[in-house]
Design a protein around this ligand. Structure first.
Ligand code: ATP
Length: 241
């Protein structure tokens, strides 16, 4: 069975600056795939290349077998790719709930009032903190709450695939644990496929089924998370020996 997301020979560049050099990568249906690598390796760029966000792309990107590399960012979102970008990208002056409602625009058809309320309830069940803070301006939420909001907003689009860019960035360890536990539930309960970019390799490998290691724009290693975690180079560089 083909993977839900397939990249074949993907190159990506910002103007004259080439960043990805021929990436082959698969994200299976219902699984968590981690993308590890040092600062500047191109992890964020790889997620952007999938949803054609601010980067030019060559090569093949398929979602459920269908080429999406010629599509626009909006079309790719409507086809079921939710992107939680680095920096989270929530609208600071809108309330938490207004941000969540905007997330539903990524659906092929805008939900009616009842479906919207149901979707919000589902998100609030995962993130009770967001329910408490639903009327608060997003810009005044804590870092952890903003990350939850960014994930919740992407989920409002009912994606088949979630691209998550460094959910742990800048957050206290306990908050990170919480967010990863919720990601595990979302993956298990909704069978949602996740492509996770994460600096914290230990946490990423705990959550993920398979992992890829990116070095200066090339995949240098991939396999089951346990095997990648046992690799000497990975242990030395990313797991602290
Ligand atoms: P980090 O973990 O530090 O976020 P990363 O692996 O996600 O790193 P990218 O953010 O994808 O790496 O960056 C890869 C390279 O692309 C870097 O050299 C970066 O300077 C460059 N780059 C990123 N965004 C742009 C941009 N908008 N214009 C030009 N170059 C960029």
């Amino acid at each position: 069975m083909p993977a839900l997301l397939e990249l074949r020979g993907v190159h990506a560049a910002y103007g004259p600056t080439a960043v990805l050099h021929g990436i082959d990568l698969d994200v299976p249906e219902g699984r968590v795939t981690a993308l590890l690598g040092a600062n500047g390796a191109g992890k964020t760029t790889l997620l952007r290349a999938v949803c054609r966000h601010m980067v030019s792309v060559r090569g093949e990107v398929r979602l459920a077998g269908e080429r999406i590399d010629g599509r626009s960012t909006e079309q790719i979102a409507r086809l079921g790719v939710g992107h939680v970008p680095d920096g989270r990208g929530t609208f600071a002056h809108l309330t938490a709930e207004e941000n969540l409602r905007l997330g539903a625009q990524a659906r092929p058809r805008h939900p009616g009032r009842a479906a919207m309320a149901e979707a919000l309830d589902r998100i609030y069940a995962y993130f009770p903190r967001l329910k408490e803070r639903r009327a608060q301006q997003a810009g005044t939420l804590s870092g952890g709450e903003q990350q939850m909001l960014a994930i919740g907003r992407a989920l409002m689009g009912e994606p088949r695939l979630l691209l998550l860019d460094e959910p742990s960035f800048g957050l206290a360890p306990l908050v990170v644990r919480d967010i990863f536990a919720i990601m595990r539930r979302i993956n298990q309960e909704q069978r949602m496929a996740i492509l996770l970019v994460e600096q914290n390799a230990r946490l990423a490998l705990e959550l993920a089924d398979t992992a890829y290691l990116l070095e200066t724009g090339r995949i240098v290693l991939h396999g089951a998370s346990e095997d990648v975690g046992r690799n000497d180079a990975v242990r030395r560089a990313y797991l602290g020996g």
